[in-house]
Each structure stands twice: as C-alpha cells, then as structure tokens.
Ligand binder design. Sequence first.
Ligand SMILES: C[S@@+](CC[C@H](N)C(=O)[O-])C[C@H]1O[C@@H](n2cnc3c(N)ncnc32)[C@H](O)[C@@H]1O
Length: 212
Amino acid sequence: MEDKQFWHDKWQSGQLGFHLEDTNAALVKYWPKLDIDKTCEVLVPLCGKSLDMLWLRQQGHEILGVELSQIAARDFFEDNKLKYETTKDDKFQNYTGDGITIAVGDFFDLNEARTTNIKAVYDRAALIALPPSLQKKYVAHLESLLAPGAQILLVTLEYDPADLDGPPFSIPGPQVQEHFAHWCQITQLKTTALTDFRDIAANETVYHLVVK
Ligand SMILES: C[S@@+](CC[C@H](N)C(=O)[O-])C[C@H]1O[C@@H](n2cnc3c(N)ncnc32)[C@H](O)[C@@H]1O
C-alpha cells in the first residue's frame, strides 16, 4: 500500500470511495471554533479533489493542497468550474486558481520554504490513508513544516483491524497520542459512531491539535 501506483490506479479507475460529495460536517462544525486567522494559508495534505478546500477558501483562507494525482487536481478545478493555470517547479506541478493551489507530487517533497505562511492544517483521510510505516514519516514531516502555534484539525477513524485491511487504516486514540503528544497539545472534540462504513463498526474522531 506504500506504492504510489495504488493511488494512481484508484484515480485512473475512478474508485473514489473516500471522496465526499458534500463538505465534511465536522469541518463546518469545528473549524470556526478554532479561531484561526482568516488570512492565514491552510495546508490540506493528500487532498484528493475534496470539496472541503472550497469551503475553507470561502472562509477567506488561501489553500495549498498536496496530491499525487494530476487527475484529482484537474477534476477539482474542472468539476467546480474554476479557472486554473499550471506551473511546474522542481518537485511539483502546481494547479492554481481562485486562491487555491493543488501541488501535484509527493507530500514528502514539500519543504519549509513552501509552508512559511501555513498556520493551519486540515487532515481528513490523509493520516488514515497511509499504512503505519508511513504514518510516522507523515507526522514527522508535518512537524518539520509547522511552527509553534499552528493548528491542525484532524479527523481519524477507528475500527477493529480484524474487520478490514486498510486503507483507510484504524488509528485508535493512544496512537494519536503517540504520534502527536510530544509536539502538539491535543483536544479530542468529538467521536461519532459511523453507521454506513463498509458494514463494520467504526468510530470517527475529530481532534484539535496546536503545535507546542
Ligand atoms: C483517502 S484519499 C483522501 C483524499 C482527501 N483528503 C479527501 O478527504 O477526499 C488519499 C489521497 O492521498 C493521495 N496520496 C497518497 N499518498 C500521497 C503522497 N505521498 N503525496 C501526496 N498525495 C498522496 C492519494 O492520491 C489520494 O487522493
């Protein structure tokens, strides 16, 4: 599952079970409570073509999404009828329009020079999309990009791993602590039992993290 080809194949074949046709309810409910400066730029790692980027943009933020698939970036702008242009740098093909940039490439190639204005991160189906071996690397990379005071809204999923092979991967509360407690203050905002997740019992949990 560490294979990038896995995700390219998903986009190529249109197997996009993770994609939501509405803005995520937890984002709409909790983002305003975080009191995040509307002028700051928001990072959306592993963004797919999530409509949540549109909602965040409507709150006033500039958006930097990072995504492996060109198909996702193109579809995001075209489906939402947004004009965009593309530019290339050494690591990313950038799709930019209306205050939103989707940098197409590997999240692990994103560097600090690119994230100096990032004061907030929205992670829905990013950490949980990665296998345990890459979750550690992902969290360490996020830590390297963020300054103290930066805030993260994190949405995770928990289920009995015997019920399902990820992705998405189950990340129970103690694992969230393990990943973030040494560098973030963690507030658990809400846990909801999902009624429609692949016919198995699963909980979604929303966390607010503040970089120490
Ligand atoms: C489960 S999807 C979630 C997409 C989005 N966050 C959402 O809520 O719809 C995970 C996405 O991460 C992308 N991805 C996986 N590994 C990546 C990496 N190393 N760098 C950038 N994007 C990656 C995949 O192409 C896929 O679109």
